[in-house]
Design a protein around this ligand. Structure first.
Ligand code: AR6
Length: 165
């Protein structure tokens, strides 16, 4: 099992699945979601239209079209509202549901962006703690997946992850 940190654009990673930090419509948006849809092309949006959206902490999988990855696992992270609205548990659910779906689909590699830490305003340090703790717990049950990438995009998340992992 290899767990690594990579500072890169997630749309450029050649893995079985990249995770998208989407919104509840699953019809694209800004941030990493916008980047993924731009690179994947219009067929991704077409497939997403059939999915009936997503609720917080849940996941839906699609093909990845023009991306280098094979699949996109779309998840809806919680919007940070100060910490008393179950945000931490909901963020944990995102990581758990993504990795469990990837394992169920017998995928071997997966890359996560820093879900909710951009437009949705989740504090980066708390989010990283949840991401790392959740994945380290899940790893114990994995057979198929043997490569997990925390794909960071900004220097603040890079230094937080480097310190924690
Ligand atoms: N590759 C990897 N990480 C990226 C990329 C990229 N190309 N672009 C941004 N990030 P955000 P959220 C990082 O805002 O907070 C969308 O409009 C970014 O630096 O993309 O979950 C959706 O449609 C940050 O660390 O997602 C929703 O409406 C992380 O990805 C809303 O934003 C997440 O930032 C979701 O907000």
């Amino acid at each position: 099992m290899k767990i690594s940190i990579e500072k890169s654009d997630i749309t450029q990673l050649e893995v079985d699945a990249i995770v998208n930090a989407a919104n509840e419509s699953l019809l694209g948006g800004g941030g990493v979601d916008g980047a993924i849809h731009r690179v994947a092309g219009p067929e991704l949006l077409q497939e997403c239209r059939k999915l009936n959206g997503c609720t917080t902490g849940e996941v839906k999988i699609t093909k990845a079209y023009q991306l280098k990855a094979k699949h996109v696992i779309h998840t809806l992270g919680p919007i940070w509202k100060g910490g008393n609205y179950n945000e931490k548990q909901l963020l944990q659910n995102c990581y758990e549901n993504c990795i469990r779906l990837a394992e169920k689909m017998k995928l071997e590699s997966i890359a996560f962006p820093n879900i909710s830490t951009g437009i949705y305003g989740f504090p980066k340090k708390e989010a990283a703690e949840i991401a790392i703790r959740t994945i380290q717990e899940e790893v114990k049950h994995l057979k198929s997946i043997h490569k997990i990438i925390f794909c960071v995009f900004d220097d603040e998340n890079l230094s937080i992850y480097k310190k924690m992992l």
